[in-house]
Write a protein that binds this ligand. Structure first.
Ligand code: HEM
Length: 399
């Protein structure tokens, strides 16, 4: 393969992913890699419920107010329509654009003055500040909060089998140690934000939850959900998009001269190729059917649906030739967005999608207005809960 061809390729390569069947079914578990089938399942209105992000580890009915990501059916639809205004394009432009631009200017100026940076630290700091504004976590210092959240997201997933094996005492000690980052996040960040908004409500998610009568633990859990959904994801995306631009000279040259529409097309195409959330899961509440090409499949109530987003996004039937290469402006079937399934689809489709792209574009256009060079190959890790990649030590020289 020539150096130019290699520069276009998917970076987050996971061994053993190639050549698996489009649809597999065994022992009540479906493994689905076709875009068409993934999209139909995500669009099932009430037949398929959320089963990802450890949602099934929480016993049903144990929380008065579930986080939005774990809700289903009518209560979920109602919450989504109520929060939609925080993410409407006009709100994003009016309320968050100035913050994004001024923070991006400051962060890039610091990188230029230092001559070097760890881009994954900068992208964490930046995405934390933007999401914090949407959520209403603005009454604590941003640097320490982004580090507290990083430690919080670094916890291993709760594993019932492991808890049983190691015995009650050791499991309790491990869980208590795991709860410390949550306790700090509550004390330093969430509590002052709630106190301030009880005094004076603002146009943000915490004020909305207080108005809806959410209790304090439910607000804390929702802040963690939004934090993980909005900060950790955008941080990875900014680092990955920068890495593609750094490795692919032709793409970087286009990005630096292009208008907003073409830059967004480049960013969406990178997100298609490198989805941050690698798998989505649903549990069938009722029986239903889905199709892939000529085939029709029948799902039984109780079946688990494991949706392989990395493969569905590189399905040649949908995306055409060279599915594992960056080719902005692909000719896609009607109804399929340029990022394919990277923001999900249907009821849970990411409400922060426009914000995430705009936010990434604002930082990257400012960064690539300067000469930027990669100092070393970054480390690529895989995360269990989102089944996605994490890029660390993205060391760059700037200016
Ligand atoms: C590149 C960045 C992002 C990616 C790749 C991403 C991806 C996703 C995906 C795949 C889902 C759907 C989960 C499912 O169907 O089970 C989702 C949901 C969600 N995202 Fe994002 N997201 C990003 C940025 C953001 C931002 C910036 C925010 C807010 C500040 C946000 C807030 C949410 C919320 C609240 C949900 C839950 C929605 C629901 O369950 O109804 N996301 N995101």
């Amino acid at each position: 393969m020539s150096a130019e061809a290699a520069a276009c390729r998917r970076i987050s390569v996971k061994p053993g992913e190639a050549d698996a069947p489009r649809v597999e079914h065994a022992d009540g578990v479906w493994r689905i890699r076709s875009t068409e089938a993934v999209r139909q399942i995500l669009r099932e209105r009430d037949a398929a419920n959320q089963a990802g992000f450890n949602s099934e580890a929480i016993p049903e009915g144990s929380m008065a107010n579930e986080p939005i990501l774990f809700m289903d059916g009518e209560p979920h639809r109602q919450q989504r329509s109520k929060i939609a205004r925080y993410f409407a394009p006009k709100t994003v432009a009016d309320r968050y654009r100035d913050l994004m631009e001024s923070r991006a200017d400051e962060l890039v100026a610091t990188m230029v003055a230092d001559g070097h940076a760890n881009l994954d630290d900068v992208s964490l700091r930046y995405s934390t500040e933007v999401a914090a504004k949407v959520i209403g976590l603005t009454d604590s210092k941003m640097g320490p909060m982004s580090r507290r959240l990083e430690r919080l997201f670094d916890q291993p997933a709760y594993d019932p089998a492991r808890a049983e094996q190691e015995g009650r005492l050791r499991s309790t000690i491990r869980q208590l140690r795991g709860s410390l980052p949550m306790a700090w996040f509550w004390l330093w960040d969430v509590r002052p934000a709630i106190r301030e908004r009880r005094r004076e409500p603002q146009a943000d998610v915490i004020s909305h939850l207080l108005k809806e009568g959410y209790n304090v633990p439910a607000i804390l859990i929702e802040c963690v959900t939004y934090g993980a959904a909005g900060m950790a994801t955008t941080r990875e995306f900014i680092s990955m998009a920068a890495l593609h631009l750094l490795r692919n000279d032709a793409l970087r040259e286009r990005f630096t001269v292009a208008g907003e529409k073409e830059r967004y097309a480049i960013l969406h195409e990178i997100l298609r190729l490198e989805p941050i959330v690698g798998h989505l899961y649903r549990r069938a509440e009722e029986g239903f059917t889905f199709t892939d090409g000529e085939e029709t499949y029948a799902v039984m109530p109780g079946d688990l649906l494991d949706l392989f987003i990395r493969q569905a996004n590189a399905d040649p039937v949908t995306v055409g030739d060279a599915p594992l290469d960056v080719c902005p402006g692909r000719d896609l079937p009607r109804g399929i967005g340029p990022e394919v399934m990277s923001f999900g689809d249907g009821a849970h489709k990411c409400p922060g999608n426009a914000l995430a792209i705009q936010e990434s574009d604002i930082l990257l256009t400012r960064l690539f207005a300067h000469p930027v060079r990669l100092e070393r190959d970054p480390d690529l890790h895989w995360d269990d809960i989102i089944a996605g990649y994490a890029l660390r030590n993205v060391r760059i020289a700037v200016g």
